[in-house]
Write a protein that binds this ligand. Structure first.
Ligand code: SAH
Ligand code: SF4
Ligand code: F3S
Length: 463
């Protein structure tokens, strides 16, 4: 018997009425987090309940990320573990289906089932609404299904309604895909062309989330500020327009959005940061490199000076805005001088937060075959240096809050008894002793102490 046949496991012997269990592990960006929630909801309608234990699962889904090599490789080590579980469960007469969703699924397709024969289903990010149907086909004996087309129908419309919110803060995907084709990036290949969901559908979904207890919504998109969805009258609507439509929802207290591209930071969006009270003073705006030569090779379509000017305009509209960014070190051809330019931009612009990465060559992207690939030890040294500069920023930004009063939206109990944890407008975690009734409310907190990753304080009016 070949490995794949052995792994197909025992027949589905469970009675149809017994709850099936699904284990979902999510890698990568927030859009995958959102998609995993929607898949879980689609499966709940089919009688599945979630389990955190893969050994207990009738269906295991890995929702994967292809952005860097490490992220993609993790999937294969997890698949090894799931294969073993599938074998053990088969020996006990239980059937296990293994599905791979997300960006590795989209990028590798058929190749995945060849490399990991235990996989029953490979499902690209645009096809999640087909999940129940595909699972039915697997239960009827079909094997190794691969669904990675970009279908015409809107996956979000075809998914079931949102179930009760899990938290005070929720994600809402408003835009998918990317047409920018930065030369290092797989996203345009894994998520397809830009697509914006219509305003009416989004307002409706946000309203349902709010009815179920959500108070803080983060609008998601690979290029969220390029949003251009259809408005109620058929007109194209910008992200600023969408934010204003959502801000009218009573009970929704805070709106955020991520991830943005500097080129799409339009005047009306900057303006909204100045005058829309529900739009939080936090902006994630990746610049990737401080060197114009590298930016051009990356096809970023902006220079360092244009980025700096943009930040100036945003800070004019909203002086206290907290800025966050993404930076890549060791892009092909990056010299010490290019890297210095990145460091000085980080110092000059005073970011509250930043993600930094070693360049990782991705199959099929133009940069992966460029001359001048940078050796890993140089990338490592540059990353370490960059991270010390970034860490100085965290300490400075968090330290500056000590003594201030911040409106904190409490989300859940903290680690210690009697404590709640919430978020400041600048997305910092804030711990304070507080009545559990404060969950879901905004309460002023006087900040007493700042760490690198969180703040703590006391509720105003208490000592
Ligand atoms: N749409 C967003 C970014 C999505 S990917 C934007 O345009 O900024 C998130 C981050 O991963 C990117 O900002 C980039 O810094 C990093 N990244 C993408 N591809 C990478 C690669 N091949 N190697 C290292 N980092 C990469
Ligand atoms: Fe990737 Fe962002 Fe560039 Fe699009 S804009 S290609 S998602 S880095
Ligand atoms: Fe990763 Fe795909 Fe998101 S590659 S970062 S999961 S869009």
């Amino acid at each position: 018997m070949d490995d794949a046949a052995a792994l197909s496991g025992a027949a589905d012997t469970e009675p149809a009425t017994a709850a099936r269990r699904v284990f979902i592990k999510t890698f990568g960006c927030q859009m995958n987090v959102y998609d995993s929630e929607r898949m879980s909801e689609a499966l709940a309608a089919e009688g599945y309940v979630e389990t955190a234990d893969a050994a207990d699962a009738d269906l295991a889904i890995l929702n994967t990320c292809h952005i860097r090599e490490k992220a993609a490789e993790k999937v294969y080590s997890d698949l090894g573990r799931l294969r073993d579980i599938k074998r053990e469960r088969a020996a006990a007469g239980k059937r296990t289906l293994i599905a791979v969703a997300g960006c590795v699924a989209q990028a590798e397709g058929e190749e995945m089932v060849r490399r990991a024969p235990a996989v029953d289903l490979v499902l690209g990010p645009q096809s999640y609404h087909r999940l129940p149907d595909l699972l039915g086909r697997l239960r009827n004996g079909e094997r190794a299904l691969v669904e990675t087309t970009f279908p015409d129908e809107d996956k979000f419309q075809a998914l079931p309604e949102r179930s009760p919110a899990r938290s005070v803060a929720a994600f809402l995907t408003v835009q998918e895909g990317c047409d920018k084709f930065c030369t290092f990036c797989v996203v345009p290949y894994t998520r397809g062309m830009e697509y914006s969901r219509p305003v009416v559908a989004l307002v409706e979904e946000a309203r349902r989330l709010v009815q179920r207890g959500v108070r803080d919504i983060t609008l998601l998109g690979q290029n969220v500020n390029g949003y251009h969805g259809e408005g109620p009258g058929g007109e194209a609507t910008t992200l600023a327009g969408l934010i204003r439509a959502l801000a009218a929802i009573e009970g929704l207290l805070r709106i955020r959005y991520t991830t943005s591209h500097p080129r799409d930071m339009s005047d009306d969006l900057i303006q909204a940061h100045g005058d829309e009270a529900k739009l939080m003073p936090y902006l994630h705006l990746p610049f990737q490199s401080g060197s114009d030569r590298v930016l051009a090779a990356m096809n970023r379509k902006h220079t360092a000076a244009e980025y700096t000017d943009l930040i100036g305009r945003i800070r004019t509209a909203r002086p206290d805005i907290a800025l966050s960014t993404d930076i890549i070190v060791g892009f092909p051809g990056e010299t010490d001088a290019d890297f210095e330019a990145t460091l000085s931009l980080v110092r000059e612009l005073r970011f509250a937060h930043a993600f930094s990465f070693k360049y990782s060559p991705r199959p099929g992207t133009p940069a992966s075959t460029m001359d001048g690939q940078v050796p890993d030890d140089i990338k490592r040294d540059r990353l370490a240096l960059l991270q010390t500069v970034i860490d100085e920023g965290y300490v400075r930004f968090n330290g500056a809050q000590v003594g201030r009063r911040l409106p904190v939206l409490f989300e859940k109990p903290g680690r210690h008894a009697g404590q709640l944890v919430g978020r400041s407008p600048y997305l910092q975690l804030v711990h304070a002793d507080a009545d559990p009734a404060h969950v879901g409310r905004i309460v002023d907190v006087e900040i007493r102490a700042a760490g690198a990753n969180s703040l703590s304080g006391v509720i105003c009016g208490q000592t």
